[in-house]
Design a protein around this ligand. Structure first.
Ligand SMILES: C[S@@+](CC[C@H](N)C(=O)[O-])C[C@H]1O[C@@H](n2cnc3c(N)ncnc32)[C@H](O)[C@@H]1O
Ligand SMILES: C/C=C/c1ccc(O)c(OC)c1
Length: 370
């Protein structure tokens, strides 16, 4: 065998080794990012105002000086994955060596711990990151294999003995963490809802099913104040909420009945459920729209959820959607769907047509008409 060829074969196998190590250790990046958030590094860089050197960072974090190089290594990994970047520092004292300082990226700016009144309404995903890294959500991954052999309907249940919704009901601390995370995801909507005039124009009444603590509804009402919104969710989620003239809360179970309205809205809800369950929910929607009058012709269902599209999406976007698909398998009985899979459900539930607008990053807005 000629030498070159054996070197080529060896290279291919070494590539595979690097590939394996990268993926098997993906969690090291998650955990390192989690550590940076736990230490509050984004806020320290933000508050510093200009690029912060490693020495300044160690001092602001109040870490032992002996940890300087360790922190630098953590930061190097997080720079490589685009959570921070390093920039040259213009030092006035010319005799000193040129220094470098850390700055935030768009991603770490979304992970600031916003406590000030002025930043309260800014998009922020720290609560979402905190939920994903919470032990209650990390533990089930250890049970995935066991679940494949077992009879529980979700991996979460194999790990914790009860469903995610029961767990949230029984643990007020976790319930708060979960609802805050969902609300932080919803806040991102405020970036684009104002551009959805045609979707909400004729809508007088809207029910946000599984609407959590009501942030979706509030954002929609800011942009379309002519509507009245009802947030419908499980009783433990919507108890003690403050209502206003056009924002009401109703506790209940969407499988039994959905309050009637022109528009039935679901964000991040239908992907929590199996096809059979989504069909049941969509049939309830047809009733709710019909009961709102106008023989349902004015009514529609509005869904904000992912649409898996391997041909159109970039490779990493598809990967993220597939990770969410598996996450929905681990936490609940849901899945992420391709357009044909959504279409089948809409038609089976008796709707006549639908329109997809891919405008919310990973999520699309789907209008479904009777
Ligand atoms: C993933 S969260 C989405 C929250 C919110 N729509 C959003 O966009 O962030 C799913 C919501 O569905 C609610 N939910 C679960 N089962 C339900 C049921 N049977 N009836 C009504 N809501 C339910 C949960 O309490 C939770 O608030
Ligand atoms: C931490 C993120 C988890 C998550 C995200 C979207 C969902 O709809 C959900 O429902 C169980 C969970």
């Amino acid at each position: 065998m000629d030498l070159n060829q054996s070197q080529e074969e060896a290279n291919e196998v070494f590539e595979a080794q690097a590939h394996i190590y990268r993926h098997i250790l993906n969690y090291a990046t998650s955990m390192s990012l989690g550590c940076a958030l736990e230490l509050g590094i984004p806020n320290i860089i933000h508050n510093h105002g200009n690029p912060i050197t490693i020495q300044e960072l160690v001092s602001k974090l109040d870490l032992p000086i002996s940890k300087t190089l360790h922190l630098q290594r953590l930061m190097r990994l997080l720079i490589h994955s685009d959570f921070f970047s390093l920039t040259k520092l213009h030092d006035q004292e010319a005799h000193e060596d040129e220094k470098e300082g850390y700055v935030l990226t768009t991603s770490s700016r979304l992970l600031l711990n916003n406590t000030s009144e002025s930043s309260k309404n800014q998009p922020n995903l720290l609560p979402f990151a905190n939920l994903i890294l919470d032990p209650a959500f990390v533990t089930p991954w250890q049970f995935l294999g066991k679940w494949f052999h077992g009879t529980e309907s979700t991996v979460f249940e194999t790990a914790h003995g009860i469903s995610l919704w029961e767990y949230a009901n029984k643990n007020p601390g976790f319930n708060g963490l979960f609802n805050d995370a969902m609300a932080s995801d919803s806040r991102m909507m405020s970036l684009v809802v104002k551009d959805c005039q045609d979707v909400f124009e004729g809508v007088e009444s809207l029910v946000d099913v599984g609407g959590g603590t009501g942030l979706n509804a509030k954002i929609l009402l800011e942009a379309f104040p002519h509507m009245t919104c009802t947030v419908f969710d499980l009783p433990h989620v919507v108890s003690d909420m403050i209502e206003t003239k056009n924002l009401k809360y109703v506790g209940g179970d969407m499988f039994s009945s959905i309050p009637s309205a022109n528009a039935i809205f679901f964000k991040n809800v239908l992907h929590n459920w199996s096809d059979d369950n989504v069909l049941k929910i969509l049939k309830r929607c047809r009733e709710a729209i019909r009961l709102a009058g106008d023989d349902g012709n004015k009514g529609k269902v509005i869904i904000i959820d992912m649409v898996v599209d391997e041909n159109r999406d970039r490779h990493e976007i598809t990967e993220t959607k597939m990770v969410f698909d598996v996450l929905m398998m681990v936490l609940v009985t849901g899945r992420e769907r391709k357009e044909v899979e959504w279409e089948k459900l809409f038609l089976e539930a008796g709707f006549s047509r639908y329109k997809i607008t891919p405008n919310f990053g990973l999520r699309s807005l789907i209008e479904v008409f009777p």
